[in-house]
Design a protein around this ligand. Structure first.
Ligand code: NDP
Ligand code: MG
Ligand code: MG
Length: 330
């Protein structure tokens, strides 16, 4: 079993006399900056001129500086702008202002692992990657709980990079739930695989395939929506709370029998073979290269598919049904 690290394993002393620059104030940025601040860490937020997030950060009581200025006076620089924008911002505003012994930090390993950012030898490079969306990282912190996280050291110049990473994880609250040591390679490859094969790509295609099958067979789209999309949350909640066994305990025996009989006919040997191929494409940098080129071409394919996906009938039905459930958050 992997070793987990908890509250007693991280010390906020590492931040004494230091300043942390959180670059970006989006999903992760706002959560890191506010949680660190409330943990007693000296934080500034780095944003570009005209950023929409600036007012929000200032209203939350944080000091906001242009990225170069924020990096200049700071000891730790956490880069929380979208992954595809990090390379350019790093070259222009971060690298020129890094000093010997500073630490460069990330919440996802993509840019380091796929060489879009090549840091100088005289800084520490670490990662603290919460395993959950930023808004949950923030909300759970205020409730005294936390989202678990992974941490990793890519480069240890000072000899303290690992302690600093654990201190950072403590500052954002994650040591309350447990943090697990990984590498930039492992975090990057498993994160991409998870979102492509299971969490996003796998789940959305499974939902649409189920919905289409019912609708094409003449069932009402509203019924198909509830069955194949809406109810998934109730199942996922059970999985989250108690694993596969809790979900199977809670559903009817009929549902459990259907699960055992049919699951393997849907996720077949062929699907598993394809998953292995997807993983290899990630490991060989093929996915990363395509995504980088896609961004350089103004997302021609991304935008076209996004438009097509919005034309799927499940979008229209879902809108109508959700508008009658005002308790669902906007
Ligand atoms: P968001 O898209 O939510 O936030 C981006 C922020 O960066 C915004 O505040 C934006 O400002 C700002 N920004 C954009 N461009 C620049 C720039 N050139 N200079 C300065 N600031 C800029 O990002 P996420 O929080 O989703 O992602 C950040 C990192 O966290 C990524 O590495 C991602 O992989 C990782 N991560 C994200 C998770 C998540 O929950 N979303 C989960 C775990 C890791 P404005 O809005 O004003 O343009
Ligand atoms: Mg990801
Ligand atoms: Mg049912």
């Amino acid at each position: 079993m992997a070793k987990m690290y908890y509250e007693q394993d991280g010390s906020l002393q590492y931040f004494e006399g230091k300043r942390v620059a959180v670059i970006g104030y989006g999903s992760q940025g706002h959560a890191h900056a506010l949680n660190l601040k409330e943990s007693g860490v000296n934080v500034v937020v780095g944003l570009y001129e005209g950023s929409k997030s600036k007012e929000k950060a200032e209203n939350d009581g944080l000091q906001v500086l242009p990225v170069a200025e924020a990096v200049k006076g700071s000891d730790v620089v956490m880069v929380l702008v979208p992954d595809e924008k990090q390379g350019k911002l790093y070259k222009e505003a971060i690298e020129p202002n890094l000093e010997e012994g500073n630490a460069l930090a990330f919440a996802h390993g993509f840019n380091i692992h796929f060489s879009q950012i090549v840091p100088p030898a005289y800084v520490d490079v670490f990662m603290v990657a919460p395993k959950g969306p930023g808004h949950l990282v923030r909300r759970l912190y205020t409730e005294g709980c936390a989202v678990p996280a992974l941490f990793a050291v890519y480069q240890d110049y000072t000899g303290n990079a690992r302690e600093l990473a654990l201190a950072y994880a403590k500052g954002i609250g994650s040591t309350r739930a447990g943090v697990l040591e990984t590498t930039f390679k492992e975090e990057t490859e498993t994160d991409l695989f998870g979102e492509q094969a299971v969490l996003c790509g796998g789940a959305t295609e499974l939902i649409k395939a189920g919905f289409d099958t019912l609708v094409e067979a003449g069932y009402q789209p509203e019924v198909a929506y509830f069955e194949c999309l809406h109810e998934l949350k109730l199942i996922v909640d059970l999985l989250y709370e108690g694993g596969l066994e809790r979900m199977r305990y809670s559903v009817s025996d009929t549902a459990e029998y259907g699960d055992y009989m049919v699951g393997k006919r849907i996720i077949t040997e062929e699907t598993r073979k394809e998953m292995k191929k997807v993983l290899q494409e990630i490991q060989r940098g093929q996915f990363a290269k395509n995504w980088i080129l896609e961004n350089m071409s103004n997302r021609a394919e991304f935008n076209a598919i996004k438009r097509q996906e919005l034309e799927h009938p499940i979008v229209e039905v879902g809108k109508k049904l959700r508008s009658m459930m005002p308790w669902l958050k906007k």
